[in-house]
Design a protein around this ligand. Structure first.
Ligand code: PMP
Length: 394
């Protein structure tokens, strides 16, 4: 299937004639349940020669990356690349903060629960909350080991205890793409983890340089290289940073050096593009390419949803993006659908259309809601839209 980014979009539902040949058989499922961010693959193929990394047999053997850094397993190339990327994008203040590297931001989330829990043993675990709908993995990640330090206490909007808590604020949010602020009302001051996995220009206008005590980022959703398992946290408090690094020491003795070297290289390719800038509108600029892809997908998807008349979509505001220097809508990594009156279970409804999705209950809300990935392959996305637009309600 031709890439929709080439401009010759095969997805024009207005005339209903240009639906491409499908690689899917009628009986096979199109899986948009997971958030595997492979959509940007065609960009990386375009610049593949610049992205080659060469690692010799004797290189990167040590557990250590930089013994002068608090985060001793992080190699200087990785640190420099992360700082350079934030400087180019302008989405976070990095000065005077501790940078902690993790095997994906999933590991850092766990390190943070440990790092933010009281060090003195108390008889009551600290409560961990997030406003529903929240990212479906927080709950199980928090509770898997039934820790005596912390426990999942569900919806932040309903939390009214005067007890210590950690609130996770995901902005833009997974699953619904909304921009979030803390919501807990409690007599006790809580600790806040800002999960900024999707605060990149292809998904949302960059409106502020965030400057919070604890900010989480992931390479997975920034460039699409989820397989490298690289995430990072900016932390203000050195004691929290030290505890996180101790957690990662005990959990995996650091982060793969090969992954760090590759991630640093990819980030370098993105930043070089902006440094040697001739025009801001070039398919050789990662965020230009990826934003255009997300925009095209969203426009196509909205058309398919309108035709189906089965679902309504979240509405997003338009804001000024300091990175792109334009007014823009959001193009989230997931679509969050709500069933119209008379349909109770969105996941079951779509299952019948051979579309595999993740239902609202996994995100702490009811089954009328369903999440659909917008960052899969072109083939999956084309098939998703075809099936949705054919799904007219009788
Ligand atoms: N936070 C959010 C909000 C996510 O959506 C994801 C990935 N789906 C993660 C964290 C984890 O990302 P990773 O471990 O790949 O860095």
């Amino acid at each position: 299937v031709a890439s929709i980014i080439n401009g010759s979009s095969p997805l024009s539902y207005s005339n209903g004639t240009t639906i491409p040949l499908s690689v899917f058989s009628l009986n096979s499922f199109v899986n948009v349940e997971k958030g595997d961010p492979v959509a940007f693959g065609p960009f990386w193929e375009k610049v593949k020669d610049e992205c080659m990394v060469d690692i010799k047999g004797e290189e990167w053997m040590s557990y250590f990356g930089d013994t002068n850094n608090l985060c001793w397993y992080m190699v200087p190339q990785m640190r420099d690349a992360i700082l350079r990327l934030h400087k180019v994008v302008g989405n976070a203040v990095t000065k005077d903060k501790f940078l902690v590297l993790g095997t994906g931001s999933s590991q850092l989330y766990q390190a943070l629960l440990y790092g933010l829990s009281p060090s003195e043993p108390s008889h009551c675990p600290i409560n961990v909350v997030a406003a529903a709908p929240y990212y479906s993995e927080y709950k199980d990640t928090t509770d898997i080991l039934q820790s005596r330090l912390f426990q999942w206490t569900d919806n932040a909007a309903l939390y009214d205890k005067d007890e210590p808590y950690i609130e996770v604020v995901t902005s833009p949010n997974n699953p619904d793409g909304t921009l979030r602020v803390p919501v807990v009302k409690s007599g006790v001051e809580g600790k806040i983890i800002y999960d900024l996995a999707y605060y990149w220009p292809q998904y949302t206008p960059i409106t502020y340089k965030f400057d919070h005590d604890v900010m989480l980022f992931t390479f997975s959703k920034c460039t699409g290289h989820a397989g490298s398992r690289i995430g990072w946290a900016f932390v203000n408090d050195i004691e929290v940073a030290k505890k996180m690094i101790r957690f990662i020491h005990l959990n995996s003795i650091g982060v793969s050096k090969e992954s760090q070297i590759r991630a640093a290289k990819m980030i370098g390719v993105i930043c070089d593009g902006y440094q040697n800038l001739k025009s801001i509108e070039s398919d050789h600029l990662f965020f230009y390419y990826s934003k255009r892809l997300m925009k095209e997908r969203w426009e196509t998807f909205k058309g398919a949803i309108e035709q189906s008349k089965v679902f309504s979509l979240t509405k997003y505001p338009i804001s000024y993006c300091h990175f792109n220097k334009d007014l823009s809508e959001q193009y989230p990594a997931f679509a969050w659908l709500k069933c119209v009156e008379g349909i109770q279970d969105g996941e079951r409804y779509l299952e019948k259309l051979k579309i595999r999705t993740r239902g609202g209950e996994r995100f702490g809300v009811d089954a009328k809601y369903v999440r659909v990935s917008m960052i899969g392959t072109d083939d999956e996305f084309v098939e998703l839209c075809t099936r949705l637009s054919n799904a007219k309600r009788e």
